[in-house]
Design a protein around this ligand. Structure first.
Ligand code: FAD
Ligand code: AMP
Length: 476
């Protein structure tokens, strides 16, 4: 055992919560260390967490490759473009994804160097008195002590007891990002963000994809008008989404994975070549906390924190997927920045009410703020305005007319309460809603801003005007 090393801040986890917190703390002049246990596909330490290694970035790389292929095989003919027998080389596609992952995980190593953050590669355990013991990959142990410890341990895939991951036939996101060929039949358990995105990737490349979802409604977290349009578009694409279908058994046999599920009609069966289990993620707290730290973990396995991400134990903070709130990379990063700033004596705050959500399917789905259903159940008086992409010149010129934007505003104050989008590039368009809400803007503010023409963002503008029944390019 080497002697204790002292830091101002020790961060456990180098995902978008942890590495961002570490960089911000170092920028503010704090002597900072960041510990991460993860290894890349090459067996070497890889910083960046779930997001960079096996989440946001690699999934978007495959979504883009599969989208290009789908466009070539299904969409280009409308533009007068044809190609003879297009083929997809899955090895090249996955190799491109790996290169992007390496570029970004390597980028964090460089950012740590540039900002003088000291990395430790190994597993960290918090002990009482803000001591973190790190079991490094070479078997050695180091002990770090800091006035402040930020836990950013992230999350792991939830495993179903009857469908254990075998890394080949039954996989989570890690396996589904690395298939070596297009599975003929892909089963997905869970029609959440990850199931829909990865299901879309392989569907576009030719898989027969069946998504089994236990809940009776589709995308219940989204506004009902948005999930309705999205469900219709996914159906047109041939994504078979079975709702109210609870899977209870998955057996690996010679001819594939045999699934048993129950729906309204009773017990059903389905055989697939690969099964992606995407039933959610759980805070990664196993082995993280030694006895006596005083840090509390709730019944969902999350570390308990207050609105400032403080655990209630002096100098111990927690951010990102391992605490309450949406499991999203940008939410983790904003919390990381806020905590680093609070430690440095600056004001730091994250408004969870204006965190945008995006699902990178085709069409994309995005939203910020309250849905119409939430306004109703909370008794908030509201009015809405919506506008379809089909009436927008740019969307039609792009041949992507599906979807709409819906703005929800307070009935009396006109303040924007939520913006809900489904359509082309809405992952970008949602931010006009986020900015309006952060500036406590009204639908009328959005309506009176001059938007460029022709642009997809005009749909947001028209939806805001529609709140006051004065959209120009549709009947109100
Ligand atoms: P993580 O990114 O999980 O990082 C935690 C890190 O800590 C890991 O590297 C882990 O190895 C390390 N660690 C944990 N415990 C210890 C320990 N005791 N000692 C040392 N190291 C430890 N979010 C979005 O916003 N947009 C998206 O498009 C998106 N796409 C996704 C796609 C997929 C397939 C998946 C799985 C997730 C996606 N997410 C997306 C979610 C996003 O990846 C997470 O919300 C985000 O990574 C959380 O960041 P974090 O820093 O809290 O944790
Ligand atoms: P998310 O947490 O957004 O990734 O979504 C996971 C989805 O998986 C949820 O909508 C759950 O209802 C669904 N789910 C969980 N367990 C099962 C199961 N046994 N069969 C079918 N769907 C499930």
């Amino acid at each position: 055992m080497s002697e204790q090393q002292n830091f101002d801040v020790v961060v456990i986890g180098a995902g978008p919560g942890g590495y961002v917190a570490a960089i911000r703390a170092a920028q503010l002049g704090l002597k900072t260390a960041c510990i991460d246990a993860a290894l890349g596909k090459d067996g070497k330490p890889a910083l960046g967490g779930t997001c960079l290694r096996v989440g946001c970035i690699p999934s978007k790389a495959l979504l883009d490759s599969s989208r290009q292929f789908h466009n070539l095989t299904h969409m280009f003919a409308d533009h007068g473009i044809s190609a003879e027998k297009p083929k997809m080389d899955v090895g090249v596609m996955v190799g491109r994804k790996d290169k992007i992952v390496n570029q970004f995980t390597g980028g964090i190593t460089m950012l740590f160097k540039a900002n003088k953050v000291t990395p430790f590669h190994g597993f960290g355990t918090l002990h009482a008195g803000n001591v973190v013991k790190v079991k490094q990959h070479d078997g050695s142990e180091v002990e770090l002590k800091a006035a402040n410890v930020i836990i950013a341990a992230g999350s792991d895939s939830i495993e179903l007891p009857f469908a254990k991951f075998d890394g080949d036939k039954i996989v989570d996101n890690v396996g589904a990002l690395d298939f070596t060929e297009v599975p003929k039949r892909l089963g997905v358990i869970g029609a959440g963000v990850i199931g829909l995105e990865l299901g879309s990737v392989w569907k576009r490349l030719g898989s027969e994809v069946t998504i089994l979802e236990a809940l009776p409604g589709f995308l219940a977290a989204a506004d009902a008008d948005i999930s309705k349009v999205a469900a219709r578009e996914f159906k047109k694409q041939g994504l078979d989404i079975k709702l109210g279908a609870k899977v209870s058994k998955a057996e690996i046999k010679k001819d594939g994975v045999h699934l048993t599920y129950t729906d309204a009609k009773g017990e059903q069966s389905l055989v697939v070549d690969k099964l992606l289990v995407a039933v959610g993620r759980r805070a990664a707290t196993k082995g993280l906390l030694a006895d006596g730290t005083g840090v509390k973990v709730n019944e969902r396995g999350q570390i308990e924190v207050d609105e400032h991400c403080h655990t209630g134990v002096d100098g111990v903070w927690a951010v990102g997927d391992c605490v309450r709130g949406p499991m999203l990379a940008h939410k983790a990063s904003e919390e990381g920045i806020a905590v680093a700033e609070l430690i440095a004596g600056l004001p730091g705050h994250v408004n969870l009410d204006t965190v945008p959500w995006v699902i990178y399917t085709e069409p994309e789905i995005a939203w910020v703020g309250k849905t119409e259903e939430q306004c109703k159940s909370e008794g908030i008086p509201y009015k809405t305005g919506s506008f379809p992409f089909a009436a927008n010149g740019r969307a039609v010129a792009m041949n992507e007319p599906a979807g709409l934007v819906k703005v929800i505003a307070h009935a009396e104050t006109d303040r924007v309460l939520g913006v809900h989008l489904c359509g082309p590039n809405v992952s970008e368009l949602v931010h006009s809603g986020v900015i309006t809400m952060e500036f406590k803007g009204a639908a009328d503010d959005l309506a009176r801003i001059c938007f460029a023409h022709p642009a997809l963002s005009e749909v947001v503008h028209e939806a805001a005007m529609a709140v006051d029944k004065r959209a120009i390019h549709k009947a109100n």
